[in-house]
Design a protein around this ligand. Sequence first.
Ligand code: PLP
Length: 374
Amino acid sequence: MKIPFVDLKASYLTQKEEIDAAIKNVIDETEFINGKDIALFEKEFAQYCGSSYCLATNSGTSALFLALNALDIKQGDEVITTPHTFIATGEVITETGADIKFIDIDERTYNIDPRKLEPAITSKTKAIIAVHLYGYPCAMNAIVPIAKKYNLYVIEDCAQAHGAQYHGRTVPLGDIGCFSFYPAKNLGCFGDGGAVVFNDEKLKNSLISLRNHGRLPGQKYEHTNLGYNERMDSLQAAVLRVKLKALEQANEKRRILAQRYNAAFAHLEQEGKIILPYEESGVKPVYYVYTIRVKQRQSIMADLEKNGIPTQIYFPIPLHLQPAFAFLGLKKGSYPVAERIADEILSLPIYPELSVPQQDYIIAYLKKSLQQQV
Ligand SMILES: *Cc1c(COP(=O)(O)O)cnc(C)c1O
């Protein structure tokens, strides 16, 4: 068998007719920028997230960048985040001129460890970017009260967590949630796309303006502020509106696949050969990826690859050890949990179209490989 790591073609085929019609409609109307699908998608996605507002952007990275700018994060400020994330989370902080401050992660959830939050706060700290990595929500019940106590903004990187639930509420739960619709994400478009999701009406105009060359609603050739061009285009919104209707079911399929993996590997976890994803009661993750931890990762990856099973490492280098962040002067050993986990994590294929025979094949070969480990 040869199994793809993600199968965008299979996903497209499940909604082909509706997607093709939605794209054709945008072309027929030639409303490529700010077409009616933008406002409709924003309304529908805000509703899906249980939030008041959504503004569509041209990537997840620009959603994060706009969020920081709308909250007036700038030089002299500090923003706290996790070193165990995609580069974009850290990149945008530095690009505002603010200082980035990492705190180590929780060994079980792989998200920022809320016990490390309070000691890291200084008089310069303005915000926290909590990343719901792999679709598993951060410990928001601990993070939000600390942020309130010190008057900090909570920005959430929801790029891997569309629809993830935390004690009955859908993320985001803080000030601004930032989503990516990169094609492989739980909700993906046909190119780059993103969104900011929030409740505070006062943020709306500054986000609208920053996204669109500093124009306030109604302005065309007059610009009150300086901004950027970070709008989503109408074709992406049209595709997303169709795919959003299938998101709940798609996330449910991911959860069922995760449970099948968990059941199949439970005895190997007891033997200490593997660590499975953690799930706390009241938390409903959406399994953007299914990430295990193993000791002899290289040989297991090679065994699986040989048998047509691709795996990925999200992410092999923690941010503080990235060459791009060398200027921070953070050495190996600064964030020991993140570093150890980066050496052990391995993500297996998981997507709604992954069939039971395909999954059974992956299970059989991973079991075989693990049993051969000493
Ligand atoms: C995908 C991703 C982003 C960036 O999103 P883009 O749409 O690719 O710009 C940011 N953070 C995390 C955790 C991601 O997985």
